[in-house]
Design a protein around this ligand. Structure first.
Ligand SMILES: [Fe+2]
Length: 259
């Protein structure tokens, strides 16, 4: 029995249901940013001051939540139009983001909910605490969602967000990014992360990105421009695969609200 099968056996639910790809593997903390990273100022006050405590997971945590397509609206995966009053949609460079949600063994995670949120093309969020001077786009809300298909593929349309300043140091800017929440097959797999854009010079200047321990970890968050898939006179395509847990996991954020 290989290591994966052994873990699956140990994690078999009380009801006897195997959960292929849904096991709760330990996170590799060396791959993720430390909780306390003073260059990222708010980590100082919100990082834990005591060692974490482990609890056994419950059946509900290991098997849910389950999402079905009937919960989604027809424009949920189209951020260009899902908030727009104008038929032209939101202002900004039109893009399609597509990729796969994979488990720790490289298998697609089917029928899982992928949620995204982002600033508009000027770098401004539709949020009451937003302090950036860039204008709101009346035709852009900034959030959307989709389900992965049988093979774990997801896709949504949006506009490329702009970079924005944030109150960390005297002149810190976030690179253009899209926030992701992915549920996986259980609560324990849930991943919250950010996607950056191929070739953006701001990535390497960002204090939040700078908390990631390795260049490989940073690169795992950069979506690749796929000119072969570009839709002529419409949208460029960026590809971003997401790995839930395991050694090749996409970086986890612990509560990056509003950033
Ligand atoms: Fe953000």
């Amino acid at each position: 029995m290989n290591a994966f099968k052994q873990k699956q056996a140990v994690l078999q639910t009380p009801g006897g249901h195997d959960r292929p790809g849904g096991g709760l593997y330990a996170r590799d903390r060396s791959w993720h940013p430390a909780a306390l990273t003073p260059a990222y100022k708010t980590s100082v006050t919100r990082s834990p001051t005591r060692a974490p405590i482990s609890f056994p997971t419950t059946l509900g945590e290991e098997t849910g939540p389950v999402f079905t397509r009937d919960r989604l609206g027809p424009l949920d995966a189209d951020l260009v139009h899902n908030f727009a009053r104008s038929p032209d949609g939101a202002i900004g460079p039109r893009i399609v983001v597509q990729g796969r949600v994979l488990d720790e063994d490289g298998r697609g995670v089917p029928h899982t909910l992928v949620e995204v949120w982002q600033a508009n093309a000027g770098g401004r969020y539709r949020h009451k605490k937003e302090g950036y001077l860039a204008p709101l786009d009346p035709d852009f809300g900034g959030c959307g969602r989709c389900l992965t298909d049988e093979a774990g593929r997801y896709e949504f349309r949006t506009i490329q967000p702009g970079p924005y300043p944030w109150p960390n140091g005297p002149n810190d800017w976030r690179p253009a990014h899209i926030h992701f929440s992915v549920f996986g097959q259980s609560w324990g797999q849930r991943l919250i992360t950010q996607m950056y854009f191929d070739g953006d010079p701001m990535i390497w200047r960002c204090p939040i990105v700078g908390t990631i321990p390795s260049p490989e970890g940073i690169e795992s968050l950069v979506a690749r421009l796929d000119m072969e898939a570009t839709i002529p006179m419409d949208a460029r395509v960026y590809r971003f695969d997401i790995v839930l847990r395991g050694r090749r996991q996409t970086l986890f954020e612990n509560r990056m609200e509003g950033l």
